[in-house]
Write a protein that binds this ligand. Structure first.
Ligand code: FAD
Ligand code: NAI
Length: 489
């Protein structure tokens, strides 16, 4: 046993050393060029975004076949499933951020990254306008464009939300929330113990009982129960975490059993769960809610807003241009090959910016769509090469027929429709407990509350990290948490 364990250990260490070496020493890349060696044109593929959809596409895409340009205001990938662990220091924010250039430098063909927002798309002339952080603008032509710009947090136009609440969607949201929480803790500690302002500052309200809201409320309550009760015992007693949901239950995408289990669990963990409570307005320190058609007020010190998502401006603009066919306000409409309706030959769209076949806006969907598109681009490259050959003056009738047959074969056999494979849903519910709905070999399974469910949750998220660096950093953060507690600065 000892011999085999040592061999396994050596094997694993060797494997990780090799992968780490590859990550740190990217190979020389094939530079971009206007033509290939045979004189055929090399097409430009512009990818908008550096999130789940874009990164999965980029990981599998053969970047030697296109001149790939990535445009995104974010020069890193953000591992959103662990974002709610970062404001309270369970995980360090940097551990779930992967610089996009680390990913791009590992590709065989050079990929250009431009830190900018795409602001206008002209599908007819195939160009986009991009604007960087310093308001410099540029126009980029494209042969193919992939929209993976995600979505933004929605407020349902409820007054006061954008001004007063903190979302939990981007890295800067986490930093803002951390700052707000720490400021409120110190401000409360400064006040007399019977000062009413103290309780006010220490009321943390999370609006939205979807998975984001539930995981955020769970992390906040964990922070109070496990960390603050040791560092600031007097303060921790006065902290109240409230989870406000407009519908009769939370986590609507889960099975009824899991919903009931989670609601009971949350109540026991001291989170004040307010169901059937619809937020109508937000002030600088009070939210107005409607409960059974009656108006009530809930004072707050920190307000976290997690009521779902809505399309970004760039998505809405593009839908407006193609308004004949883009008729859904929830996102861009695409076909089974993920081509944008109205611009099928040149624009593809994946992830949260789309509304497609009732698929939920999840990382799981965006990731699978990205992988699928990488194959589509491989086939499109072959089709384009054949197309170029067919236009050569030296081509004979027989060769032309041959090319047509090859093209038909590729379209029929190598470009199947996208098929989403649902693998399950996980959610952290606090106190080292998780719930999971899994689909394995066509059968449904549920996990709820057991330490195994939590371990499973951790293993799944580690396996989903996009780089070995992220996997190691998140693992180290979890170890640090067990030995030294949360990061309190
Ligand atoms: P994103 O990942 O949001 O990426 C969009 C990219 O586009 C970003 O890089 C952005 O900077 C860029 N961009 C924005 N505007 C422009 C522009 N104008 N021009 C160019 N680029 C632009 N899903 C799960 O499946 N499991 C989970 O556990 C899970 N947990 C989550 C936890 C939280 C807190 C959140 C917020 C979401 C979670 N999700 C989870 C959902 C998941 O994150 C999204 O479904 C996923 O990120 C969608 O991928 P995307 O590529 O479409 O968009
Ligand atoms: P969501 O849309 O899933 O949930 C939002 C919740 O807010 C709903 O329950 C809604 O009823 C409630 N709400 C809306 N307006 C309200 C108001 N004015 N007052 C009170 N309650 C109100 O949004 P969420 O959680 O941000 O998730 C977005 C997407 O990301 C989903 O598709 C989700 O599946 C995915 N996600 C998945 C996770 C996971 O699998 N663990 C974790 C986080 C997000």
């Amino acid at each position: 046993i000892f011999k085999y364990s040592m061999m396994a250990l050596l094997g694993i260490t060797g494997y990780f050393t090799y992968i780490t070496y590859l990550e740190l020493h990217p190979k020389r890349q094939l530079p971009q060029s206007t033509t290939f060696k045979d004189g055929s044109p090399r097409k430009r593929l512009v990818i908008l975004g550096t999130g789940w959809g874009a990164v999965s596409l980029l990981k599998k895409l053969d970047t030697t076949e296109y001149n790939v340009v990535v445009v995104s205001p974010r020069n890193y990938f953000l591992f959103t499933p662990l974002l709610t662990s970062t404001p309270v220091g369970t995980i360090d924010l940097k551990s779930i951020m992967e610089p996009i250039r680390h990913i791009l430098k590992r590709k065989k063909g050079e990929v250009v990254y431009l830190e900018a927002n795409a602001t206008d798309i002209d599908p007819k002339n195939k160009h986009i306008k991009i604007v960087d952080n310093y308001k410099e603008t540029r126009t980029l032509n494209y042969d193919y464009l992939v929209m993976c710009v995600g979505a933004e947090s929605t407020t349902f136009h409820i007054p006061g939300v954008r001004e007063n609440a903190i979302f939990i969607k981007e890295a800067y949201d986490s930093t803002r929330m951390k700052e707000k929480i720490f400021n409120n803790l110190e401000r409360a500690a400064f006040l007399d113990i019977d000062d009413p302002k103290r309780k006010h500052l220490l009321t943390f309200v999370v609006v939205g009982g979807g998975p984001t809201g539930v995981e955020m409320a769970a992390e906040l309550q964990d922070y109070v129960n496990e960390s603050l009760c040791k560092w600031m015992p007097e303060i921790s007693k006065d902290i109240q975490v409230k989870l406000v949901e407009g519908l009769p239950n939370i986590l609507n995408m889960f099975d009824k059993n899991l919903i009931e289990y989670t609601q009971d669990f949350i109540k026991k963990s001291k989170i004040d769960l307010k169901l059937n409570t619809f937020v109508k307005g937000v002030d600088s320190d009070i939210i107005t809610v409607e409960v059974n058609k009656e108006k009530q007020e809930i004072p707050y010190g920190v307000l976290v807003w997690a009521t779902g998502i809505q399309p970004r401006d760039i998505t809405r603009n593009l839908a407006q241009i193609l308004s004949d066919v883009q008729t859904d306000r929830r996102g861009l409409l695409i076909n089974e090959k993920l081509q944008l309706l109205g611009a099928e030959s040149s624009i593809f769209a994946i992830g949260d910016c789309t509304f497609h076949g009732g698929l939920a806006p999840t990382a799981q969907v965006a990731y699978q769509e990205g992988l699928y598109l990488a194959n589509i681009f491989k086939q499109l490259h072959k089709l384009d090469q054949l197309d170029w050959k067919s236009q050569l003056s030296s081509i004979s009738e027989r060769q032309l027929n041959d090319i047509k047959k090859q093209q038909e074969y590729i379209v029929k056999n190598k470009m199947p429709n996208f098929k989403y494979v649902y693998k399950g849903t996980l959610a952290y519910i606090g106190s080292e407990r998780a719930i999971a709905e899994l689909k394995i070999a066509g059968k449904d399974y549920q996990l709820r509350g057991s330490p195994f469910a939590f371990l499973f949750w951790k293993i799944v998220y580690l396996s989903m990290c996009v780089s070995i660096r992220n996997t190691l950093m998140v693992s180290m953060d979890w170890c640090k948490f067990y030995f030294f507690g949360r990061n309190s600065i």
